[in-house]
Design a protein around this ligand. Structure first.
Ligand code: GLU
Length: 395
């Protein structure tokens, strides 16, 4: 039976990261020994000093609605964080706190995009950018890259992709899924193109900023000519192991922040009061306090890359940040493995799930159909076992 759902929801693809995680959970419930390397979620617990701040907030009876754009103390803490970590000055009136960075991104697209506007997505890009743009009746426009260009786009490619309909471009560094980081110079070259097109806005998703291994990431809004049209998105989920607490935020031109607050006031109101109080403590602490997790991710990065390099046909680059590897597996296309014909990255990811009991995510979800994403936010033992199983299936 066809249910009378809106065309909007019928045309919306399900999130493939969440779908793969759900599939892994389902198979595990059936008794299968699935190793889940699909979801980008730290396997650490939220640090005690943050948990204690939340408990204190409960005991202090924080239970009422909060201001729609977030507690004043939290917005102040976010301005301190932007200055300290990103060298970007925002006033509290430019900050909006939301239910996860995902809502921050959705808010910004809803308030900026009209039907038919084009949204530039440098590939590879996080799975929900294109879906949210589509929900706004805008048109996602991919700018391709590959492992041969270290998953980065050039200024020439950007210029060629711009049309009179271009309204927004999404940057994400460190990148999910490739882990690649754009340097200050690379961003400045892209900004030099955008300077010629004053009607294009930039959303810079910096959710993985603290999870970096080679250099500190550079914030796009720190380029003076771009500040007035850049929306910086960040949140607590990744660096503080707080995925379920759902705290995201933006720093943006005041008129965009106001519009996001108006939207949020109609659909969700202010986000959870206890999580907001805990976020104040987390953001005002030195980033050093969570460095132990980054050190451990770095260690796992070395392990997973070393192991994957031993598998013939797997072409892998070294990510600068985040906790994903994004190998090109197109050498397997056209082969039949364990009786299954591999034509696409989705076939390949399904082979790994069914034959190796390892959950990954197809690169198709990220605009990179030659690759798969493997999260190494899992224990060393799980990583070793998963890659051993993958190697057995592929040899
Ligand atoms: N951002 C994470 C990921 O890419 C969490 C899942 C999601 O929201 O897509 O795996």
């Amino acid at each position: 039976m066809t249910h009378p759902l809106s065309d909007r929801i019928k045309s919306l693809p399900a999130s493939q990261t969440l779908a793969m995680a759900a599939k892994a959970r389902e198979l595990r419930n059936e008794g299968k020994d699935i190793i889940g390397l699909s979801l980008g979620e730290p396997d650490f617990n939220t640090p005690d000093f943050i948990k204690e701040a939340a408990i204190e907030a409960i005991n202090q009876d924080y239970n009422s609605y909060t201001p729609v754009d977030g507690y004043a103390e939290l917005k102040d803490a976010i301005t301190v964080k932007f200055k300290r970590d990103n060298n970007v000055e925002y006033k509290a009136s430019q900050i909006v706190v939301s239910t996860g960075a995902k809502q921050s991104i959705a808010n910004v697209m809803q308030v900026l995009l009209n039907p038919g506007d084009e949204v530039l997505l440098p590939c590879p890009y996080w799975v929900s950018y294109s879906a949210i743009a589509t929900l706004c009746e805008a048109t996602p426009v991919e700018i391709p890259s590959s492992i041969d260009t270290n998953f980065k786009i050039t200024a020439d490619q950007l210029e060629a992709a711009i049309t009179p309909k271009t309204k927004l471009i999404l940057f994400n560094s460190p990148n999910n899924p490739s882990g690649v980081m754009y340097s200050k110079e690379e961003y400045e070259a892209l900004a030099a193109v955008l300077e010629k097109y004053p009607n294009i806005y930039v959303m810079s998703d910096e959710i993985y900023e603290h999870i970096n291994y080679e250099a500190k990431p550079f914030s796009f809004a720190a380029i003076p000519s771009m500040y007035d049209r850049t929306i910086t998105v960040n949140g607590l989920a990744k660096a503080f192991a707080m995925t379920g607490w759902r705290i995201g935020f933006i720093g943006a031109p005041e008129w965009i922040a106001k519009a996001c607050t108006k939207l949020q006031g109609q659909i969700t109101s202010g986000t959870n009061c206890i999580a907001q109080r805990a976020a104040i403590t987390a953001l005002l602490a030195s980033p050093e306090k969570v460095q132990y997790m980054v050190d451990e991710f770095k260690n796992r990065r070395e392990i997973i890359i070393g192991l994957l390099k031993e598998i013939d046909g797997v072409n892998i680059s070294t990510p600068d940040g985040a906790f994903y590897v994004f190998p090109d597996i197109s050498a397997f296309f056209g082969k039949t493995i364990k009786g299954k014909e591999i034509k696409t990255a989705s076939d390949f990811a399904m082979l790994l799930l069914e034959e190796a009991n390892v959950a990954t995510v197809t690169g198709d979800a990220f605009g990179a159909p030659s690759c798969i994403r493997i999260s190494y936010a899992a224990s060393e033992a799980q990583i070793r076992e998963a890659i051993k199983r993958i190697k057995e299936v592929l040899s």
